[in-house]
Design a protein around this ligand. Structure first.
Ligand SMILES: *[C@@H]1O[C@H](CO)[C@@H](O)[C@H](O)[C@H]1NC(C)=O
Ligand SMILES: *[C@@H]1O[C@H](CO)[C@@H](O)[C@H](O)[C@H]1NC(C)=O
Ligand SMILES: *[C@@H]1O[C@H](CO)[C@@H](O)[C@H](O)[C@H]1NC(C)=O
Ligand SMILES: *[C@@H]1O[C@H](CO)[C@@H](O)[C@H](O)[C@H]1NC(C)=O
Ligand SMILES: *[C@@H]1O[C@H](CO)[C@@H](O)[C@H](O)[C@H]1NC(C)=O
Ligand SMILES: *[C@@H]1O[C@H](CO)[C@@H](O)[C@H](O)[C@H]1NC(C)=O
Ligand SMILES: *[C@@H]1O[C@H](CO)[C@@H](O)[C@H](O)[C@H]1NC(C)=O
Ligand SMILES: *[C@@H]1O[C@H](CO)[C@@H](O)[C@H](O)[C@H]1NC(C)=O
Ligand SMILES: *[C@@H]1O[C@H](CO)[C@@H](O)[C@H](O)[C@H]1NC(C)=O
Ligand SMILES: *[C@@H]1O[C@H](CO)[C@@H](O)[C@H](O)[C@H]1NC(C)=O
Ligand SMILES: *[C@@H]1O[C@H](CO)[C@@H](O)[C@H](O)[C@H]1NC(C)=O
Length: 707
């Protein structure tokens, strides 16, 4: 057995008071099963425990049975979260730093929360690696699982895995950052799962943790009456420089030693642990912590040999330093036994029996699983949440293979982080548009989205997936053209593209060209209509109230005789009267000048006078005026009439008193506020609707005149 000594020489001990420094930044303390909006300060640890709702979205909350509630029970044991559904349910704690060291601790107390009074056995995973099996047989037994690990990514998942032996549950979950220099045997290729962490001495039940231990490890009291007796000191036990364990003084201030009353054992301390589970032959590492607590006289000496299963654990006889933290620890794991026995035996020259202050035993966990590529994980999670996918999709998508998400295939670990290569979501009730997140699964070879209710167009970014070989979109409600880059890939044989059974998808070029024209027109329509939806009424609550179509007297019966322009015709004289000799100018632009006016029935109007009048323009004007007369949409101003004689070319439009859209855009109308972006977007959308509910071409052409 090879062992390192953590020894100290007095000259190394300046500034050795490290142990007292509390570093509680980054602690996450989760009370599992606590209602969503609750948190509380734990009286004994002084730490704030929060509900687990932000860390998991499966499982149900339960309170333990009143029969198991005692006044001394830590509050985090009062409720649990249990997982009757799914094989693997995972907590996700974010904001870790990749490559940093952490301690994660989960606690469990059954407390007959489900009234079934039944034992349960389930597995715990830390990230994508097996952590330990939890065997709960006693309703009021508190089980603590802890692991020290180096974060492989910037988040950690703790998963409860149903092994068919009952419903997994959990009482609390803690995350504690640990300095990388501590527990050097925990590194990126191996983690340390705690088996025992014992504070030798106390005969009560007090667990030492934060704030006594700044790293919030839990040190359980440990004694063996009547064979052992406790030695204590009230003096502070100093940490040593470069201490790799930083055992708190409170733990080292107590120790055990054999009692004189059992002379046969007076020079010997023996203790052991059992392999657990015995069939898996776990590999163990142990740390023994020491400090001399007695004021030794010159002729007193405490010296002992340490053996583990009859093999020397310390290379030479060991003598603890007074009031300084010493450790003797193994760095080659031991395995292959049912029982591991430590024997601390006084040497011939020792006048005092051996002591021990604290013991830690860990199972070495090989970090064999590599988590799925983090970009793939983000993308698949985005897809999962976008379509609210109701599958057993929890934990890492690809690792371990046994629990990989259904519907996915992944690349082999051999080439680094697994990548998602196949995604099959056929007949999965997907609705809405095809999210661009699919295009972030950069290693995707097959994407099957057939037989869903997907709408919208096919995103062109899918063509940027370098390895995509099969894209199946059969049986959706997709529309628009198939992106040309996908068609090209399909034609050159690098992509199998299946798009049948999409009613509004265009397949051949002619069809697509028509579609394209339409879609381009509608874009232009929006661009044009927005600036000329001339007058809008702005509601007081910031809601845009859009003017309804209004008929005016005998001049207008558009809904009855939309094609009949007779009723809309005005002469130059009429316009002179209406505008009171073009007295009040209310606008001016490329088209000419707009005047305010009043019809005989009192209806306010806007009269737009066209500046030029070439033959072509007159013809266009007539056509467009007719078209505009036929467009009646709540989002567009109505045409009341027009003038087309040798003296004038003009439109008579419904007048709205709140100013022009442009005024609202700039905040000029009545000194009011400029339109918010939300209102602007609303106008754009409403304008688009205005164009769509009528013949788009009409809208564009007619409105062009007005500009
Ligand atoms: C928690 O939320 C519930 C329901 O919304 C409410 O009745 C309760 O008062 C809240 N409790 C706290 C502590 O905010
Ligand atoms: C658990 O008990 C608390 C307080 O006694 C109560 O507010 C909560 O609703 C209970 N939770 C469940 C899941 O029964
Ligand atoms: C378990 O799944 C079923 C069916 O999917 C669902 O009705 C039920 O609410 C789920 N139970 C829990 C605890 O999530
Ligand atoms: C679980 O614990 C009980 C009681 O300690 C024990 O009898 C049983 O063998 C254990 N089961 C396993 C699979 O370890
Ligand atoms: C982790 O520690 C073990 C034991 O000391 C060592 O064999 C292994 O190489 C270390 N791994 C890394 C990545 O440092
Ligand atoms: C005391 O010594 C006897 C014989 O050496 C041994 O069998 C026993 O386990 C020892 N007891 C303790 C508590 O060390
Ligand atoms: C140990 O003994 C020395 C000298 O006898 C004394 O000064 C010191 O206070 C003692 N320390 C403790 C912790 O008893
Ligand atoms: C302690 O170990 C040394 C070798 O390191 C050995 O010589 C000595 O006999 C041992 N003493 C006892 C009491 O086992
Ligand atoms: C015991 O003490 C004697 C005399 O001080 C010394 O010579 C011998 O080396 C010591 N033995 C051990 C094992 O330390
Ligand atoms: C995907 O995985 C399933 C099950 O693991 C397997 O049957 C299938 O052949 C795989 N498909 C591909 C394309 O690798
Ligand atoms: C699509 O949605 C309709 C109802 O909106 C539903 O009847 C139909 O089954 C859905 N089709 C698919 C393939 O999910």
């Amino acid at each position: 057995m090879v062992v390192w000594f953590l020894f100290l020489a007095t000259m190394f001990l300046n500034n050795a008071g490290v142990a007292g420094q509390a570093d509680d930044t980054g602690f996450v303390s989760i009370d599992c099963g606590l209602a969503g909006n609750f948190s509380y300060k734990d009286a004994s640890s002084t730490l704030t425990y929060i509900s687990d709702e932000a860390f998991i979205d499966t499982g149900t909350n339960h309170n333990i049975s009143a029969a198991y509630v005692t006044s001394t029970l830590s509050p985090h044991y009062l409720n649990v979260r249990s997982f009757s559904n799914g094989t693997r349910n995972c907590y996700t704690i974010r904001s870790l730093v990749k490559g940093e060291k952490y301690l994660v601790r989960a606690t469990f107390m059954y407390g007959n929360y489900d009234g079934l009074n039944k034992g349960v056995i389930f597995d715990l995973h830390i990230g994508v690696n097996y952590w330990k099996s939890v065997n709960i047989s006693d309703p009021d037994k508190r089980t603590i699982a802890e692991v020290i690990f180096v974060a492989p990514v910037d988040y950690i998942q703790v998963c409860l895995v149903n092994t068919g032996l009952g419903t997994p549950f959990i009482s609390s979950l803690d995350l504690r950052p640990i300095k990388n220099s501590l527990y050097p045997l925990a590194n990126s290729s191996q983690s340390l799962a705690l088996q025992h962490r014992l504070n030798a001495g106390p005969t009560d039940t007090t667990i030492i943790r934060y704030p006594d231990d700044p790293h919030d490890r839990m040190w359980e009291p440990w004694s063996n009456v009547p064979y052992w007796t406790e030695i204590t000191t009230s003096s502070h036990v100093q940490s040593v420089q470069n201490d790799i364990f930083e055992v708190p003084s409170a733990v080292l201030q107590t120790a055990v030693t054999p009692v004189n009353a059992t002379p046969a054992n007076a020079s010997e301390l023996k203790f052991f642990w059992l392999a657990d589970p015995p069939n898996k032959d776990p590999e163990y590492l142990a740390n023994l912590h020491f400090s001399e607590l007695m004021n030794l006289t010159k002729d007193q000496k405490r010296e002992f040999n340490i053996t583990l299963n009859d093999a020397m654990f310390s290379p030479e006889p060991f003598s603890p330093d007074p009031l300084y933290a010493n450790a003797v620890y193994g760095f080659k794991p031991v395995h292959g036994r049912q029982q591991y026995i430590f024997t601390l035996k006084a040497t011939a020259n020792s006048t005092l029996p051996p002591i021990v202050n604290a013991v830690e035993v860990f199972v070495v966990l090989q970090v064999s699983g590599i988590p799925t590529d983090s970009a793939d994980v983000s993308a698949i999670n985005a897809i999962k949440s976008q379509y609210q996918i109701k599958r057993d999709w929890y934990g890492d998508p690809c690792v371990p293979k046994t629990y990989a998400w259904d519907g996915l295939n992944c690349s082999d670990v051999a080439s680094g982080s697994p990548r998602i290569t196949v995604l099959r979501l056929a007949s999965s009730g997907l609705t809405g548009e095809i999210t661009n997140a699919f295009a972030n699964l950069k290693a995707l070879q097959t994407l099957d989205l057939s037989h869903n209710n997907l709408t919208g167009s096919i995103p062109a970014v899918l063509s940027e997936l370098p390895s995509l070989a099969i894209l199946d979109l059969t049986g959706n409600k997709l529309n628009g053209p198939i992106p040309s880059a996908l068609l090209t890939k399909s034609k050159d044989g690098s992509l199998t593209l299946r798009v049948a059974d999409n009613a509004d998808l265009c397949y051949d070029e002619t069809e697509c060209n028509q579609w394209k024209k339409k879609s381009n027109s509608s874009k232009i329509a929006i661009a044009i209509i927005v600036p000329i939806v001339v007058v809008l009424i702005l509601g007081s609550a910031g809601i845009l109230i859009i003017r309804k179509f209004r008929r005016s007297g005998s001049y207008m019966k558009p809904s009855k005789t939309p094609e009949n322009m007779e009723n809309h015709q005005f002469t130059y004289r009429d316009l002179e009267q209406i505008t009171n000799n073009f007295q009040q100018e209310i606008g001016r632009g490329g088209f000419g000048v707009v005047y305010s006016g009043c019809l005989v029935d009192g209806t306010q109007v806007a009269v737009k006078m066209q500046r030029d009048r070439s033959t072509q323009e007159v013809n266009d004007f007539m056509v467009e005026a007719q078209h505009l007369a036929r467009i009646h949409h709540r989002n567009l101003v109505s045409l009341i009439g027009y003038c087309n004689d040798e003296n004038c070319l003009a439109l008579v439009l419904e007048y709205m008193s709140e100013g022009s859209l442009q005024d609202h855009l700039r905040g000029r109308a009545g000194g009011g506020q400029p339109l918010t972006w939300r209102e602007r977007i609303q106008i754009a959308l409403d304008s688009a609707k205005g164009a769509k509910t009528n013949r788009i071409e009409y809208a564009i052409n007619a409105l062009r005149i007005v500009i």
